[in-house]
Design a protein around this ligand. Structure first.
Ligand code: ASP
Length: 338
C-alpha cells in the first residue's frame, strides 16, 4: 500500500502540487487535482495563508479566501511593505495599491489609496459595486468612505521614524529581499536602505475555481503618486480560470514593462509548468537589460488550474508560502542568479 505520508513528504511532488490519492485501496490509483490550496509571496504569506485556509477548508470561495488572507499583512503594523505600517512615499504619505480578480475575470483595483487599512476590500467593492475596474487617489478614498470604511492614520511611529532617517540622505535605493529584516537591523538605519515587498496570493477552491489578490504599500519613499505593478491587472496579478493564475513582487516598473503576471499565465497556456512559466517571464526581464538585472529583484509565483504551483525570481532570496490539504510550508524560489 502506498505510504501516503511519506509520499506527500516528497519535495518533488510537493512542489508540483500534484499527488496521488488511492481511491480504492490497493486496486487503482488516479491522479486528482490538489485542492483546495493557497499560495502567497514571502514568509509573511504563511500567516496570510492561515486566514485564507479558514475559508478554503470550509468549502469557501477562493475569492473570499484571498481577501481574508491578504488582510492579515494589511493590518500588521510590523509589516512595513503592506497596508497599515507600510513605509510612506518621500513626502510622508502612505499610499496603497491593491487588486483582486475572480474566476470569471471580474476584477477590481485601487491605486494610490490613502488612510484605509484594507485596500483589498475596497478593490473588491470596486469590482462588485461599480461599472469600473480601477479607482485611484482621492476618488478611491471617497468611494471607500461612502461605503463605510474608516479613515485612519496609516503612518505608525516606527515607519515615520524610518522615513525621517531616510530624509537625511533622501537616496532612492531599493534593496533586494529586505522584507525579512527587522527595523532594528543596522543595515536599515539610519537613512536606508529601505524595504519593499508585496503580498500576492493565489487560491484554488474546492469547486476548482481560482482567484487572486495583491496588495502593497509599494516601493518605500517613492515619488508621490507613483503606482507600481501590484494594482495593475495583468502586471501584479492575473487569473484565467481555464489555465491558472500568477502574481509578482519586486521592482514593479520592470514587471509592468512585460505585463508579467499575464505573461506567466500565457506561458502556462502554452504548456509550461508554473515554475517554467515564471522562469520565462524572469528571462524576459533579465535579457532586456542584463546589467540592470544584476541589482534588481523580481519574483513571480504561479498556481495552475490543476493545483500545481511554482515560482522563479531574479535574485536568490524570494520565498513563498504554501498551504494545502497536505502541507504548510515556506519554499525558497529558484533564481536566475545564484
Ligand atoms: N511590486 C511592488 C511595487 O513595485 C513592490 C514589491 O513587491 O516589492 O510597488
Amino acid at each position: 500500500m502506498l505510504n501516503r505520508r511519506k509520499f506527500l513528504g516528497s519535495s518533488l511532488l510537493a512542489s508540483t502540487g500534484l499527488f496521488l490519492k488511492t481511491k480504492n485501496e490497493g486496486i487503482k490509483s488516479s491522479l486528482v487535482i490538489d485542492k483546495p490550496i493557497v499560495i502567497s509571496t514571502w514568509d509573511f504569506g504563511k500567516a496570510a495563508n492561515a486566514a485564507a485556509w479558514e475559508v478554503l477548508s470550509k468549502q469557501g470561495r477562493a475569492l473570499d479566501a484571498v481577501e481574508e488572507g491578504v488582510k492579515i499583512p494589511e493590518s500588521d503594523p510590523d509589516n512595513h511593505s503592506v497596508g497599515y505600517g507600510g513605509l510612506p512615499d518621500r513626502d510622508g504619505h502612505v499610499t496603497l495599491d491593491a487588486c483582486i480578480m475572480d474566476e470569471n475575470s471580474n476584477c477590481g483595483s485601487v491605486m494610490c489609496l490613502e488612510y484605509i487599512v484594507h485596500p483589498i476590500s475596497v478593490a473588491r467593492l470596486v469590482m462588485e459595486k461599480t461599472p469600473h475596474i480601477v479607482l485611484a487617489g482621492d476618488g478611491a478614498l471617497q468611494f471607500a468612505l461612502a461605503n463605510g470604511f474608516k479613515k485612519e492614520n496609516l503612518l505608525t511611529a516606527e515607519s515615520e521614524k524610518m522615513w525621517k532617517e531616510w530624509l537625511r540622505n533622501s537616496k532612492y535605493e531599493p534593496v533586494i529581499n529586505i522584507e525579512n529584516k527587522k527595523y532594528n537591523d543596522k543595515s536599515l538605519s539610519p537613512g536606508g536602505p529601505f524595504n519593499h515587498d508585496t503580498i500576492g496570493m493565489l487560491a484554488l477552491d474546492n469547486n476548482g475555481n481560482l482567484s487572486g489578490a495583491c496588495t502593497t504599500s509599494g516601493m518605500a519613499f517613492k515619488m508621490h503618486g507613483r503606482v507600481g505593478d501590484s494594482p495593475i491587472i495583468g502586471a501584479g496579478l492575473f487569473v484565467d480560470n481555464e489555465i491558472g493564475s500568477a502574481t509578482s513582487t519586486g521592482v514593479g516598473e520592470e514587471v509592468i514593462r512585460i505585463v508579467g503576471s499575464h505573461l506567466v499565465v500565457e506561458n502556462m497556456r502554452l504548456g509550461l509548468s508554473p515554475r517554467d512559466a515564471c522562469r520565462k517571464a524572469v528571462e524576459r526581464i533579465v535579457k532586456r537589460d542584463p546589467e540592470k538585472a544584476k541589482n534588481l529583484q523580481v519574483g513571480f509565483l504561479a498556481l495552475k488550474k490543476d493545483g500545481s504551483f511554482g515560482a522563479f525570481c531574479i535574485q536568490k532570496g524570494f520565498t513563498y508560502a504554501v498551504r494545502s490539504t497536505h502541507e504548510e510550508k515556506i519554499y525558497e524560489s529558484e533564481s536566475w542568479f545564484s
